[in-house]
Design a protein around this ligand. Sequence first.
Ligand code: NAI
Length: 478
Amino acid sequence: MAFDFKVADLSQAEFGRKEIRLAEHEMPGLMATRAEYGPSQPLRGAKIMGSLHMTVQTAVLIETLVALGAEVRWVSCNIFSTQDHAAAAVVVGPDGTPEDPKGVPVFAWKGETLEEYWWCTEQALTWPGGEGPNMILDDGGDATLLVHKGAEYEKAGAVPDPATAESEEFAVVLRLLGESLAADPRKWTAIAERIKGVTEETTTGVHRLYEMQRDGKLLFPAINVNDSVTKSKFDNKYGIRHSLPDGIMRGTDVLIGGKVAVVCGYGDVGKGAAEALRGQGGRVVVTEIDPINALQAAMDGYQVTVLEDVVETADIFITTTGNFNIITADHMTRMKHQAIVGNVGHFDNEIDMAGLARVPGVEKIEIKPQVHEWRFEDGHSIIVLSEGRLLNLGNATGHPSFVMSNSFTNQVIAQIELFTKPEEYPTGVYVLPKILDEKVARLHLDALGVKLTTLTKEQAAYIGVDVAGPYKSDHYRY
Ligand code: NAI
């Protein structure tokens, strides 16, 4: 049966399928989930709209959701993060051909404009026949935001005005909402009413959810997947430890050894970033606003100082804060010649790209896609990766399969929880129970040859836990 989709090139599907096959072996959690839940089809009836980097690893996630009974429509949550061969393979599906695709509708390609990005998001949220979606799987909260904003305007009977937007991107969102409301004044309310819940992948999206909950604006229940220990303490840290240097190297091929590398933020992502850069021989400097994280960085052996102290002397600047305006246009004009600037926090506003473009006399020179030299009037220049957006996905291929298997197994479990037990999750934001977190970790031990010690009954009683877990209290920090 024909279905709608938009990807770069279906002829790349065979290459995508080969990489998906290799990735499946590296994603034991997802494959175990297919084996465990496949026969009972817990996601039958689920119509899942996913907004998450359309990579090879995500392809394995999508096909796991389908194997558990779900219908799925997908977009990337970043304009540069799609791997076109993975997107093509998902559309074609394991049993289809480029001429006769039989897979999942995907709307994503590498290098979307902002208009295209939000168009794709709307397409994936617009189910043929109008009877879906009833679940969202989000990364950064853009799909959740579109539904909430649309419903908010509809309820208020207000007309979105792009001129009031605080950013160029938000103006695009308001324009899209204005057009969709003119065509169907109940479109977003109807979608919001059908949604049973959202499972959110990342720190930034989780912040947005807790804010909506605090303000009484959250329209459906949410599971915070990010704060499963087997997500944020693994993907954010060990994933970045792999994919950050990968992105810097593919983008610039500059030797990191001996260079002074500044990591802004020492949370989970910052810790992985700093370790990776030090591992390459970089001399790492950390900036922080939180005294606990600053002390951690110092005790881990990094110099901790303010950006102003090193802005003119450092060679590489990486933002990992989830905050905005970390590196300003003024900072960038003061950096030394060919300093490298990149971001791995979720949104591009960590680096003031709009301000950089307004610096008098500045010139943007494309070295290759996602690598730009910005030359200032005095002749010196800096190199900005992925236009200030997630460089590990824009310049490389994001986190590797094994670590994403942990994150995505949490995602699948969270989708099953919300879809099959709505009575247990009234509107609010939840984390998965620790026993499920431990289960995700357990699924990844064999592949690494890890032998786990089993508690004796007496030992379990002595420390006050069950032999089968959970082994830690909820307030334990790993
Ligand atoms: P986190 O909350 O653990 O760490 C952020 C740190 O930045 C905190 O310690 C905070 O105190 C610090 N910070 C805030 N404002 C600062 C400022 N002005 N200067 C210096 N430090 C500042 O968050 P996490 O989990 O490390 O995530 C960070 C960002 O990375 C989020 O936007 C998240 O969504 C994103 N992320 C990106 C991934 C990728 O593949 N690129 C993977 C996972 C998360």
